[in-house]
Design a protein. Structure first.
Length: 203
Protein backbone atom coordinates (compact mmCIF):
# COMPACT_ATOMS: atom_id res chain seq x y z
CA UNK A 1 0.00 0.00 0.00
CA UNK A 2 1.42 3.37 -1.02
CA UNK A 3 1.60 6.13 1.58
CA UNK A 4 2.58 9.67 0.56
CA UNK A 5 3.32 12.81 2.56
CA UNK A 6 2.99 16.37 1.25
CA UNK A 7 4.77 18.95 3.41
CA UNK A 8 4.27 22.70 3.15
CA UNK A 9 7.56 24.37 2.04
CA UNK A 10 7.24 26.65 5.08
CA UNK A 11 7.87 23.63 7.28
CA UNK A 12 11.44 22.36 7.45
CA UNK A 13 11.41 18.69 6.48
CA UNK A 14 13.84 17.77 9.25
CA UNK A 15 11.39 19.14 11.80
CA UNK A 16 8.16 17.66 10.51
CA UNK A 17 8.49 14.51 12.62
CA UNK A 18 6.74 14.99 15.91
CA UNK A 19 4.41 17.68 14.58
CA UNK A 20 1.63 15.19 13.83
CA UNK A 21 0.58 11.63 14.61
CA UNK A 22 1.09 9.68 11.40
CA UNK A 23 -1.89 7.57 10.30
CA UNK A 24 -2.06 3.99 11.53
CA UNK A 25 -1.87 1.24 8.89
CA UNK A 26 -2.49 -2.24 10.33
CA UNK A 27 -0.91 -5.36 8.82
CA UNK A 28 -2.39 -8.78 9.59
CA UNK A 29 -0.27 -11.85 8.82
CA UNK A 30 -1.49 -14.25 11.48
CA UNK A 31 -4.37 -14.78 13.87
CA UNK A 32 -3.00 -15.41 17.35
CA UNK A 33 -3.67 -13.98 20.79
CA UNK A 34 -0.63 -11.73 20.36
CA UNK A 35 -1.70 -10.41 16.94
CA UNK A 36 -5.26 -9.83 18.21
CA UNK A 37 -3.88 -7.79 21.11
CA UNK A 38 -1.71 -5.71 18.75
CA UNK A 39 -4.72 -5.22 16.47
CA UNK A 40 -6.77 -3.82 19.36
CA UNK A 41 -3.95 -1.47 20.35
CA UNK A 42 -3.54 -0.20 16.78
CA UNK A 43 -7.28 0.45 16.40
CA UNK A 44 -7.22 2.44 19.66
CA UNK A 45 -4.18 4.42 18.49
CA UNK A 46 -5.88 5.24 15.18
CA UNK A 47 -8.68 7.00 17.06
CA UNK A 48 -6.15 9.61 18.20
CA UNK A 49 -4.54 10.44 14.84
CA UNK A 50 -7.46 12.22 13.19
CA UNK A 51 -7.35 9.83 10.21
CA UNK A 52 -10.67 9.31 8.40
CA UNK A 53 -10.20 5.56 7.82
CA UNK A 54 -8.07 2.71 9.18
CA UNK A 55 -6.50 0.54 6.46
CA UNK A 56 -6.09 -3.14 7.41
CA UNK A 57 -3.72 -5.00 5.06
CA UNK A 58 -4.31 -8.76 5.04
CA UNK A 59 -1.68 -11.22 3.81
CA UNK A 60 -2.39 -14.34 5.82
CA UNK A 61 -2.81 -18.12 5.74
CA UNK A 62 -5.22 -17.85 8.68
CA UNK A 63 -5.03 -18.95 12.31
CA UNK A 64 -7.15 -19.08 15.44
CA UNK A 65 -10.86 -18.37 15.09
CA UNK A 66 -11.13 -16.83 18.57
CA UNK A 67 -8.42 -14.31 17.68
CA UNK A 68 -10.36 -13.52 14.50
CA UNK A 69 -13.52 -12.87 16.51
CA UNK A 70 -11.60 -10.50 18.79
CA UNK A 71 -10.49 -8.50 15.73
CA UNK A 72 -14.03 -8.49 14.34
CA UNK A 73 -15.28 -7.06 17.63
CA UNK A 74 -12.65 -4.29 17.43
CA UNK A 75 -13.81 -3.45 13.90
CA UNK A 76 -17.49 -3.40 14.87
CA UNK A 77 -16.78 -1.12 17.84
CA UNK A 78 -14.54 1.29 15.94
CA UNK A 79 -15.77 4.85 15.48
CA UNK A 80 -13.60 5.09 12.35
CA UNK A 81 -14.45 3.13 9.18
CA UNK A 82 -12.16 0.15 8.58
CA UNK A 83 -10.89 -0.58 5.07
CA UNK A 84 -9.79 -4.19 4.51
CA UNK A 85 -7.19 -4.79 1.79
CA UNK A 86 -6.03 -8.20 0.57
CA UNK A 87 -2.45 -8.27 -0.66
CA UNK A 88 -1.10 -11.68 -1.63
CA UNK A 89 -3.59 -13.90 0.16
CA UNK A 90 -6.54 -13.90 2.56
CA UNK A 91 -7.12 -17.49 3.61
CA UNK A 92 -9.32 -19.03 6.28
CA UNK A 93 -9.65 -16.37 9.05
CA UNK A 94 -8.11 -13.88 6.61
CA UNK A 95 -11.03 -14.30 4.19
CA UNK A 96 -13.55 -13.66 6.95
CA UNK A 97 -11.69 -10.58 8.18
CA UNK A 98 -11.55 -9.32 4.59
CA UNK A 99 -15.36 -9.36 4.48
CA UNK A 100 -15.55 -7.16 7.60
CA UNK A 101 -14.39 -3.95 5.93
CA UNK A 102 -16.78 -1.02 5.75
CA UNK A 103 -19.24 -0.91 2.86
CA UNK A 104 -17.39 0.07 -0.31
CA UNK A 105 -14.01 -0.24 1.46
CA UNK A 106 -13.03 -3.85 0.80
CA UNK A 107 -10.12 -4.07 -1.63
CA UNK A 108 -8.15 -6.89 -3.24
CA UNK A 109 -5.05 -6.81 -5.41
CA UNK A 110 -5.85 -8.38 -8.79
CA UNK A 111 -3.10 -10.99 -8.26
CA UNK A 112 -4.21 -11.97 -4.74
CA UNK A 113 -6.03 -15.16 -3.77
CA UNK A 114 -8.74 -15.92 -1.22
CA UNK A 115 -9.49 -19.28 0.41
CA UNK A 116 -12.57 -20.23 2.43
CA UNK A 117 -12.94 -23.40 4.50
CA UNK A 118 -14.73 -24.77 7.54
CA UNK A 119 -13.60 -23.92 11.06
CA UNK A 120 -11.28 -26.66 12.29
CA UNK A 121 -9.66 -27.48 15.62
CA UNK A 122 -7.87 -30.33 17.32
CA UNK A 123 -9.21 -31.67 20.59
CA UNK A 124 -8.37 -34.36 23.11
CA UNK A 125 -10.35 -35.81 25.97
CA UNK A 126 -13.15 -38.15 26.92
CA UNK A 127 -15.98 -39.03 24.55
CA UNK A 128 -18.44 -36.50 26.01
CA UNK A 129 -15.80 -33.78 25.95
CA UNK A 130 -15.12 -34.49 22.27
CA UNK A 131 -18.86 -34.27 21.55
CA UNK A 132 -19.09 -30.90 23.30
CA UNK A 133 -16.06 -29.67 21.37
CA UNK A 134 -17.51 -30.80 18.04
CA UNK A 135 -20.79 -29.05 18.85
CA UNK A 136 -18.93 -25.83 19.62
CA UNK A 137 -16.91 -26.01 16.39
CA UNK A 138 -20.16 -26.45 14.44
CA UNK A 139 -21.63 -23.41 16.23
CA UNK A 140 -18.55 -21.31 15.43
CA UNK A 141 -18.63 -22.44 11.81
CA UNK A 142 -22.24 -21.32 11.39
CA UNK A 143 -21.54 -18.05 13.19
CA UNK A 144 -18.59 -16.95 11.04
CA UNK A 145 -20.14 -18.06 7.74
CA UNK A 146 -23.44 -16.32 8.50
CA UNK A 147 -21.54 -13.20 9.53
CA UNK A 148 -19.56 -13.29 6.29
CA UNK A 149 -22.77 -13.75 4.26
CA UNK A 150 -24.31 -10.68 5.92
CA UNK A 151 -21.15 -8.67 5.23
CA UNK A 152 -21.24 -9.69 1.57
CA UNK A 153 -24.94 -8.92 1.07
CA UNK A 154 -25.77 -12.60 0.59
CA UNK A 155 -28.56 -14.71 2.13
CA UNK A 156 -27.82 -15.86 5.68
CA UNK A 157 -26.86 -19.44 4.79
CA UNK A 158 -25.19 -18.62 1.46
CA UNK A 159 -21.65 -19.69 2.38
CA UNK A 160 -22.85 -22.64 4.46
CA UNK A 161 -24.75 -23.92 1.42
CA UNK A 162 -21.74 -23.26 -0.82
CA UNK A 163 -19.53 -25.37 1.44
CA UNK A 164 -22.12 -28.16 1.38
CA UNK A 165 -22.07 -28.04 -2.43
CA UNK A 166 -18.28 -28.32 -2.39
CA UNK A 167 -18.42 -31.20 0.10
CA UNK A 168 -16.54 -29.00 2.57
CA UNK A 169 -13.34 -28.94 0.55
CA UNK A 170 -11.18 -25.80 0.64
CA UNK A 171 -12.64 -23.19 -1.72
CA UNK A 172 -10.04 -21.12 -3.57
CA UNK A 173 -11.08 -17.89 -5.28
CA UNK A 174 -9.23 -15.50 -7.56
CA UNK A 175 -9.57 -11.80 -6.87
CA UNK A 176 -12.26 -11.53 -9.55
CA UNK A 177 -14.19 -14.47 -8.10
CA UNK A 178 -13.95 -12.92 -4.63
CA UNK A 179 -15.52 -9.76 -6.03
CA UNK A 180 -18.34 -11.75 -7.65
CA UNK A 181 -19.10 -13.33 -4.27
CA UNK A 182 -19.25 -9.89 -2.64
CA UNK A 183 -16.17 -10.42 -0.48
CA UNK A 184 -14.51 -7.34 -1.98
CA UNK A 185 -15.69 -4.20 -3.75
CA UNK A 186 -12.58 -3.11 -5.65
CA UNK A 187 -9.78 -4.96 -7.43
CA UNK A 188 -7.12 -2.40 -6.54
CA UNK A 189 -4.89 -1.23 -3.71
CA UNK A 190 -5.77 2.23 -2.33
CA UNK A 191 -3.18 4.75 -1.20
CA UNK A 192 -2.95 6.77 1.99
CA UNK A 193 -2.13 10.44 1.36
CA UNK A 194 -1.71 13.08 4.04
CA UNK A 195 -0.69 16.69 3.98
CA UNK A 196 1.13 18.89 6.50
CA UNK A 197 0.50 22.59 5.85
CA UNK A 198 0.81 26.08 7.31
CA UNK A 199 -1.91 28.70 6.90
CA UNK A 200 -0.69 32.33 6.97
CA UNK A 201 -3.12 35.27 6.98
CA UNK A 202 -2.63 39.05 7.03
CA UNK A 203 -5.49 41.13 8.39
Amino acid sequence: MKSTITVDPLIRWDRKMGLVEEPVIIRVKEFTEESAESFEEDIAKAHNTGQPVVPVLIDSYGGQVYSLLSMVSDIENSDIPIATICVGKAMSCGAILLSCGAKGMRYCDKHANVMIHDVSAMSFGKNEELKAHAKNVDRLNKHVFQMMATNCGQPKNYFLDKMDEKKHAEWYLSALEAKKQGLVNELSIPSMNYKISVDITFE
